[in-house]
Design a protein. Structure first.
Length: 276
């Protein structure tokens, strides 16, 4: 399995945000899902940093980053701080699952120089009122962590749940090795943000090119969740990796990165024509 670049930090709100950064060229910002951290994008660093600047964060409450709140605004503010501190210009944002919620909201910010948006196995948020108890999809995970703690058993359970039965042992082990280090606040804050987020109204506000990547065997993102996403962004190109589950970035990395490269190259051409 590939190695990720060393972890770095920026100061933010009296705490720190962790990230990894490698390569030169057009900037790509990768935002991981709820079970992940910046190491989730190890395959992307290996495949893409020879032609792009690849940046991946540990989201707030994840990995080695501190906690900065549990609303979509809190996560977007942290992402904006990273983009601005690292001076990422005309950045293409890739948001996977929970990271897609942040990426979508970030792309709607008019003061951030975003060139394109890639939404990977994600949704629009559950739009529940603030203060409601956590949904069972999050509450049960917290109960497991409180009773048994994190570790490889938890990591393997999440990795197997998120991938088809025929997924290779190497990919399952890669995903499990990352998920085993999960923090309770990662689910608590990320779950709260996800269930209260409501990105359905952002369709008309986002004016950059978009593609939507999904796994044909994804059991985490329901059909209804996916339809709501594609309905909100009807002009977005849709790519389905038919044999992949929820973690296509690791299950079929060559196909995944090929679509990213094609999208970025086409986005650069699109922006050049519009700015001519």
């Amino acid at each position: 399995m590939p190695e990720a670049p060393k972890l770095q930090f920026i100061s933010y709100n009296e705490g720190k945000l962790a990230y990894r950064d490698d390569g030169k060229g057009s900037a790509l910002l990768f935002l991981h899902g709820m079970n992940g951290n910046s190491k989730s994008w190890s395959f992307a660093f290996q495949a893409l940093s020879n032609r792009f600047r690849v940046v991946a964060w540990d989201a707030p409450s994840c990995g080695k980053s501190d906690s900065f709140g549990d609303t979509i605004k809190d996560y977007v503010a942290a992402a904006k701080a990273l983009v601005q501190t690292l001076d990422l210009q005309d950045v293409v944002i890739i948001g996977h699952s929970m990271g897609g919620l942040v990426a979508t909201s970030l792309a709607a910010e008019l003061d951030i120089p975003i060139a394109g948006l890639i939404l990977s196995s994600t949704h629009l948020g559950f739009s529940l009122p603030s203060g409601k108890p956590l949904m069972s999809r999050y509450a049960t995970r917290i109960q497991k962590l409180e009773s048994k703690g994190a570790g490889i058993e938890y990591g393997m359970e999440r990795a197997r749940r998120n991938t088809p039965e025929n997924t290779s042992k190497e990919v399952v082990s890669f995903l499990a090795d990352i998920a085993k280090d999960i923090r309770l606040e990662q689910i608590r804050d990320g779950g709260r943000m996800s269930q209260e987020a409501d990105n359905a109204a952002l369709g008309e506000k986002i004016q950059v090119p978009i593609i939507i990547l999904s796994g044909g065997k994804d059991t985490v993102i329901s059909t209804d969740m996916h339809i709501a996403l594609t309905t909100t962004f009807p002009a977005a190109k849709q790519i389905v990796f038919q044999n992949a589950g929820h973690a296509s970035y690791a299950e079929c990395p060559e196909q995944y990165h090929k679509e990213i490269i094609n999208f970025v190259d086409n986005t650069i051409k699109y922006n050049q024509l519009n700015n001519a």
